[in-house]
Write a protein that binds this ligand. Structure first.
Ligand SMILES: Cc1cc2nc3c(=O)[nH]c(=O)nc-3n(C[C@H](O)[C@H](O)[C@H](O)COP(=O)(O)O)c2cc1C
Length: 303
């Protein structure tokens, strides 16, 4: 069987297929072997406890879904005490997704995790920066840079940045994160969107939410391509990865790995199917993971 292991953003991964935050939990161990995943990424946690948005929080949206969950969280201390050890009992590296309202709070979270055995931190920069009047951190290179620099100053743990497809210049945001010391980028998160019912009323209580699933893939490919052309650190493609052909397309766009969200919600075994499919294809071609990715990228860019 093909060797799918790689080192990405300072972390050794058994394979390049990992869960997207918020769509995966340890309960999946009852459905498939989660020790085969490239990493374990829990749902985003925040400094203090939060309840998230009221129901309804999910709606179907033309081939995808709209979610307005609103990041319910028990807070960082409860996570470190009660949840992190359960994740660390499994084989894949654990990348903890964190979010906060200000750059200083992000740095406090990063410092708090420094003393734990988390393998890396995913900075969820798709949340509103309260100091910038609610602008999403990853919408602006300076806001993103401030968070990464603040976290870099207090931890040596690998820092992965989860960016947004809503940025007008995603490559500039990616470059700012790299300059501030990020080790990898996840491109990206959901796209702000709205779904109405037959009476014209919003289908989720928050009125708007984040679009995910297949409708997001062309958007995801575009931002991965833009970022991969701008940075030397690896980019993880995220948005509408459901099939092996989606994985190939993200590799062609410049991704080194993929994260799967809605694919798991639609069919819980999606990630292990992708891992098996990727290994079979690499074996059939008699190539390596790195050469397979490189060939797809060269075909897409002509160089
Ligand atoms: C129900 C749901 C909850 C999510 N929660 C989070 C979260 O807590 N943190 C985060 O960074 N992204 C969250 N996301 C975004 C996903 O991690 C992913 O970036 C996005 O859904 C795009 O990938 P997909 O098209 O494969 O779903 C969530 C997505 C969904 C559908």
């Amino acid at each position: 069987m093909a060797d799918l292991s790689l080192t990405l953003g300072g972390i050794a991964l058994p394979c390049p297929v990992l869960p997207a935050s918020g769509t995966f939990g340890l309960q999946h161990a009852r459905v498939f072997d989660i020790d085969r995943l490239g990493a374990l990424v829990p749902k985003t946690i925040t400094p203090g406890a939060r309840t998230g948005h009221p129901a309804p929080r999910l709606a179907e949206a033309a081939g995808g879904i709209l979610n307005a969950i609103g990041i319910p969280s028990d807070g960082v201390e409860a996570f470190i005490r009660d949840v992190l050890p359960l994740y660390k009992a499994h084989r894949p590296p654990v990348i903890v997704s964190v979010s906060a309202d200000t750059a200083a709070e992000f740095a406090d979270m990063a410092a708090r995790f420094s003393g734990t055995d988390a393998d890396g931190l995913e900075l969820n920069l798709s949340c509103p920066n309260l100091e910038a009047g609610g602008r999403i951190f990853a919408a602006d290179p300076r806001d993103a840079e401030a968070v990464v620099a603040g976290c870099r100053a207090v931890t040596t743990k690998p820092l992965w940045c989860k960016l947004t497809p809503a940025a007008t210049a995603p490559g500039a945001v990616a470059a700012a994160c790299e300059a501030a010391g990020a080790d990898a980028l996840i491109a990206g998160n959901t796209m702000p969107a709205m779904v109405l019912d037959k009476n014209g009323a919003p289908r989720v209580s928050n009125r708007t939410g984040g679009l995910s699933g297949p409708p997001l893939k062309p958007v995801g490919l575009r931002i991965v391509d833009d970022m991969a052309g701008r940075v030397a650190i690896p980019v993880i493609g995220c948005g509408g990865v459901m099939t092996l052909s989606d994985v190939r397309d993200y590799f062609a766009a410049g991704a080194s790995a993929v994260a799967v969200g809605t694919g798991t919600l639609a069919r819980p075994s999606t990630m292990v199917r992708l891992i098996d499919g990727l290994a079979a294809e690499i074996d059939a071609r008699g190539t390596t993971l790195a050469a397979f990715r490189e060939a797809l990228r060269v075909a897409a860019t002509g160089r």
